[in-house]
Write a protein that binds this ligand. Structure first.
Ligand code: SF4
Length: 464
């Protein structure tokens, strides 16, 4: 059960963007390979702020340039990873207005009689799910969860949180005994999921904040402890739009932009690779999107640890923003294409840009691969986030599907590791196809028949 505040759509408007740059100048800079400014990116995303709407001719010029840049930088390969989503819990009190993944944590309490469709997994359950998926050949486990009030970094953190006055309201903490299912600690969950050298991709900046709440621990120290427990890389989700005036309205309970950046720096200082994301197409303007890209590029200039940029097209159905009339839909396909293209042109220090079949569907996902993207996500043995938000495309994706789709657009399918450092070009004629990079992968198709809807490997949701 989710409670949500009453929203007034009039509170969510931002002024139309305007810059001192022209679309033509911005495009010329991109063509000449000159580093783009935020104003340049704003103009390209808008196909000119001086006129309303997206100009189709200008849009094609941007897409073409981005596709050419992609070909020059990373060639014709389209990568994907054999992965599993195993998310630990849907319990969360943060109340982000774009999210329908979470369930009010109160409903999970041992004495609650509130019906809910969410779940919390014990560490043993997480381990069993990963173990099964390893047999199917996965390389990576991706795990992003709600901010369950009983989740703490470790036993010491439990003690510190419990020592606060009124910890439920001051540090969002209740002891595990208060809940029907004990999720264990973050360290317990990471250790449990770290089976046989599988790559564990988990702990967003928001989760890292939750794992240090009520203490003065640094993000780096938290990530180091998690890395010691088996964490291999951290997703740069929970970013949404990295502009505080947008965060103030869509996710006021989340960390601010500065804190998000500090958390990412902490993860990379602890030796972890990260990814970067942007969830767009809700209340923000193109100027906010461009500013967000600027935050990512600056962070990468300082750290160099971001492996990819993942645009997350806002799925509006079933979210408070849509239910209450603040937005009347998500981004258009034109906007999706321009975000991918401008990310490719603007983020000159991030090598890989992802296209999403989960958010966009197969046909449009393939189109995005011709707008500057070179990565096509993963097999996702379980994908629940997008389905819960009303999306239609969150299903398992087989290797044979991947090979067929990627070769259909004249590109080369490549199985990759999470960090892109290990890559295997796949011969389309040598099917049926299956993963080879995972610890137990042997090239067999991941599932019998390989086109199953849900493998039963442990459905779960994620943060963004
Ligand atoms: S986006 Fe994440 S933090 Fe926000 S409500 Fe959803 S699960 Fe909670």
């Amino acid at each position: 059960m989710t409670t949500e505040p009453d929203l007034d759509p009039d509170d969510f408007g931002f002024a139309d963007p305007a810059t001192d740059q022209s679309f033509e100048n911005a495009l010329a800079k991109a063509r000449d390979g000159i580093r783009l400014s935020v104003d340049d990116a704003t103009e390209l995303l808008a196909t000119g702020t001086a006129t309303d709407g997206i100009d189709p001719v200008r849009k094609e010029a941007v897409l073409e340039l981005a596709d050419r840049r992609r070909a020059e930088l990373v060639g014709d390969e389209v990568t994907f990873v054999a992965n599993l989503n195993n998310n630990v819990t849907t319990a969360c009190n943060t109340g982000c207005l774009f999210c329908n993944f979470k369930d009010s944590a109160h409903a999970f309490e041992a004495d609650s009689d509130v019906d809910h469709a969410g779940f919390t997994k014990t560490p043993a359950e997480s381990r069993a799910i990963v173990d099964d998926a390893l047999e199917m050949g996965i390389y990576e486990v991706c795990s992003v969860s709600g901010l369950h009030p009983a989740l703490a970094l470790n036993a010491d953190h439990h003690e510190r949180l419990a020592a606060h006055d009124d910890p439920a309201s001051t540090v969002n903490y209740k002891p595990p005994e208060a809940y029907a299912t004990d999720p264990g600690t973050y360290v317990d969950q990471i250790e449990a999921m770290s089976v046989d050298g599988v790559h564990l991709h988990s702990m967003t900046p928001e989760e890292a904040y939750h794992a240090r709440r009520g203490t003065d621990w640094s993000y780096e120290a938290v990530y180091r402890e998690l890395a010691d427990a088996g964490l291999d890389s951290a997703p740069g989700t929970a970013a949404e739009i990295l502009v505080d005036e947008v965060r103030d309205v869509i996710c006021p309970g989340k960390i601010r932009t500065d804190d998000w950046v500090t958390a990412m720096e902490g993860a990379m200082a602890a030796g972890l690779d990260t990814t970067s994301t942007m969830m767009y197409g809700h209340v923000e303007t193109v100027e906010h999107r461009a500013t967000h890209l600027g935050v990512i590029r600056d962070l990468q200039d300082r750290t160099g640890g971001i492996t990819e940029f993942v645009p997350l097209s806002f799925i509006h159905q079933n979210t408070p923003l849509y239910r209450q009339g603040v937005v009347d839909g998500g981004p258009s396909r034109d906007e999706d294409e321009l975000v991918v293209a401008v990310a490719r042109l603007f983020l000159d220090n991030v090598e890989h840009v992802q296209a999403s079949w989960v958010k966009s569907g197969d046909a449009h996902g393939l189109k995005l691969l011709n707008c500057g993207a070179d990565d096509f996500m993963g097999t996702i043995l379980s994908e629940e986030i997008t389905k819960r938000a009303g999306g239609q495309h969150g299903e398992y994706r087989s290797f044979d599907d991947y090979v067929e789709m990627i070769t259909a657009i004249g590109r080369t399918p490549v199985e990759r590791s999470t960090d892109y450092r290990t890559r295997r070009r796949i011969d389309p004629d040598d099917g049926p196809h299956g993963p080879l990079l995972g610890p137990r992968a042997d090239g067999s198709p991941m599932l019998p028949g390989d086109d199953a809807d849900e493998p039963g490997a442990g459905s779960a949701p994620a943060d963004d």
